[in-house]
Design a binder for this molecule. Structure first.
Ligand code: ZN
Length: 259
């Protein structure tokens, strides 16, 4: 197969509706996009070219290593894919300083990556929350809404009460220390419901970038449609009890809250 050039990718991104000068939060699976000239760095170059010098590119950069303290200059971001794990290592790219890190490059990078609470990863006071406040776009490249972290922001803004027990390891007085907390979470597979909610209102643009199916939405539109559904039914995203462990945890937390 012929390698896809950065120029071609940039044109496809602009055709899809990526706004030069905007804030763009990208979730991607490189295996769906490739083969790309220059590999993951080639795709990142194409995203930067589409955004131009006034645009800000943002990617998840968290580490799921819960047993070791996060080190923003070293901790891998393996689970978010090779593009995300390439991005934070590039010159000039900033990375926030906790296990739920994001990385960003561009004029709004510092604001988006300002310190954020470690035990409340996706609220308004977090990188995804700041992308929302800046009216950013969310690009899903070769992944569906199951990977759309902004839906967690919508859950927190809707005030859902379900939680799961989590822990992390942080440095306290220089010593690795276990931090337990409760996070809005479940298996997240039903996040794909957002696809239909956005489509029926014409709020999602779809196209092809490289070999991947691409979806582009405004962060604010994601929050609007998801909050509306969660206000009608708080447990919209939870599988029926007994379906999977993660959703069962979330159900149990609701029983504990007097429901
Ligand atoms: Zn589930």
């Amino acid at each position: 197969m012929n390698l896809i050039s950065a120029e071609t990718l940039t044109r496809q991104l602009l055709d899809l509706g990526v706004q030069p000068g905007s804030v763009l939060l990208v979730h991607t699976s490189f295996s769906k996009v490739k083969p790309v000239e220059g590999g993951p760095a080639g795709l990142i170059a194409a995203l930067r070219a589409a955004l131009g010098p006034n645009g800000t590119l943002v990617m998840p950069s968290m580490s799921y290593d819960d047993d070791h303290p996060f080190d923003k200059s070293r901790s891998h971001c393996a689970e978010m894919g090779v593009v995300a794990d390439t991005f934070w290592r590039l010159p000039g790219v900033l990375r926030s300083d906790n296990n739920h890190a994001f990385a960003a490059l561009g004029p709004h990078a510092e604001r988006i990556l300002a310190p954020h609470p470690i035990d409340f990863p996706h609220g308004l006071d977090s990188p995804v929350g700041r992308v929302y406040e800046l009216d950013g776009q969310v690009l899903l490249l070769g992944v569906g809404h199951g990977a759309n972290t902004t839906i967690h922001l919508a859950e927190s803004m809707a005030g859902v009460r379900y939680r799961r027990d989590k822990y992390l390891t942080i440095l306290k007085d220089g010593k690795p220390t276990r931090l337990e907390y409760r996070e809005i979470d479940h298996c997240c597979r039903n996040f794909i419901l957002a696809e239909g909610w956005l489509e029926e209102r014409g709020l999602q643009r779809r196209g092809t970038v490289g070999n991947a199916e691409a979806r582009l939405v405004r962060s604010r539109d994601v929050v609007t449609v998801v909050v509306e559904r969660l206000k009608q039914n708080e447990t919209t995203f939870l599988h029926p009890k007994g379906f999977d462990e993660e959703c069962d945890d979330a159900w149990r937390s609701l029983e504990g809250s007097g429901r």
